[in-house]
Design a binder for this molecule. Sequence first.
Ligand code: GDP
Ligand code: MN
Length: 381
Amino acid sequence: MKLFEHEAKDIFRAFGMPLPPGGVAKTPQEAKKRAAEVGKPVVVKAQVLSGKRGKAGGVKFADTPEQAEELAKEILAMKINDLPVETVLIEEKLAIQQEIYAGITIDRNTRQYVVIGSSAGGMSIEELAEESPEKIIKMHVNPDTGFQPYEARQMAIDMGFTGKAINKLAGFFLKLWRIVEEYDVELTEINPLILTKEGSFLAADARLNIDNNALYRHQELIDKLEREPIEQNEREQLATDHGMAYVELDGDIACICNGAGLTMATLDAVSLYGGKASTFLDLGGGSDAERVEMGIKIAQMYDKVEAILVNIMGGITRCDDVARGILAAKEKYGIEVPMVIRMVGTNEEEGQKILNEAGIPFLETMEEAAKKVVDLVKEEK
Ligand code: GDP
Ligand code: MN
C-alpha cells in the first residue's frame, strides 16, 4: 500500500521527524486558509500516489494566501501521471541550501533492508544511480541487530557531513528505521531532505509503501486513512474476489495458468519467442470449469489483450473441465481474440477432443503453445 505524502508525513511527525509546518486542503478556499496559518511563502503540492510531481507541474510556490488559493485551484483541476488530484498539501517554503536523499528499502538480492543516502538529493534516485552512482551511500541492515545509531552516523559521515550535522542527519535515518520496523515498510524515502540556509534539516517530501501482505497488522492505520488501502481496477478487484493472482503488464498476450511457477514459466516462454505478456493470471489450485471461465472473463476485459494463452497442469484440475470452461467463456463473452491452449494431466485426451471439435488450437508443449500464440499475434498485426 502506498501512502500519500501527507499521510506519510503524519507518521513521520509521530516519530518526531522535523517537518515544515503546514496542512492539507481539498478546496482552494481551504488552501488559502492553510497558507494564512503558515503566515509565510508556501509550497502547494499535489497529493497523488505518484512520484515526479515536481516535473509534472504539481509542486508550485506562492508568496501570499491569495496566490496559494489560485495555485490550489489550478493543481486541484490537474491530472498527474493520469491520477486526479483531490488534495493539496500546503507547507512553508523552505530556503534551500542543500537537497539530500534519505531512504530505506529492501535489497532482494541480499534479502536485507538497505539504507540509502546521498548528498545529491532532489532528483530521483534511479537517475542519480545512473548519472553519479559514486554519490550514493548504501548500508545493509543486519536483521539480528537492526540499524544501529553508530551506523546512522557513519552514513552521514560517508555522505560528507561533519560536526553537528552528523547527529542531525543520523536522527532522520534512525527514525526512518523505526518506522520501517513498526509498519512493515517496503520502501520509504525522503527526497528531498532539505538543509535550509539557517542550518536546519527538514523532510520536505515523504514516501512510504507498506507491504500488502502485512496490512492485517496495521488495521488501526487503515481505519485512520478513511480510504481503500489499495486502489484496484475492476479487473484486479474481480481477481482478488475470486482468489486469483492477477498482474497487468505492457504486452498483448494474456497468460492464464494454474500455479505461480507455471505462470512465470509461461511468461518466460512467450518472451523467448519474441512475444510480450499483457497478463499474469494464476487461477490457483483445483481450478474447475467455472474458475477457468472467470479467468478468461477477467483477462479479456483488459483492452491490451490481443491473444489468450491458457496453460494448465491437470492434477486435481481435470483437463476436460478446463476445456468446457474455455468453451463456456468463448460463448458467453464472445471472445474474438485468438486462444491457444496447452494442457497436460488428468483427462487430457477428453479435453483435447472438446477443444478440437470447437476448432481451438491445442498444443502438446508449453514451448509450442507459446510460439503459436506469438505467431498468431504477429499475423493479426
Ligand atoms: P516530487 O517531484 O513528487 O518528488 O515532489 P517533491 O516534494 O520532491 O518536490 C519537488 C521539488 O520541489 C523538490 O525536489 C524541491 O526542489 C522543490 N521543493 C519542494 N518543497 C520545497 C520547499 O519547501 N522549498 C523549495 N525552495 N523547494 C521545494
Ligand atoms: Mn520528491
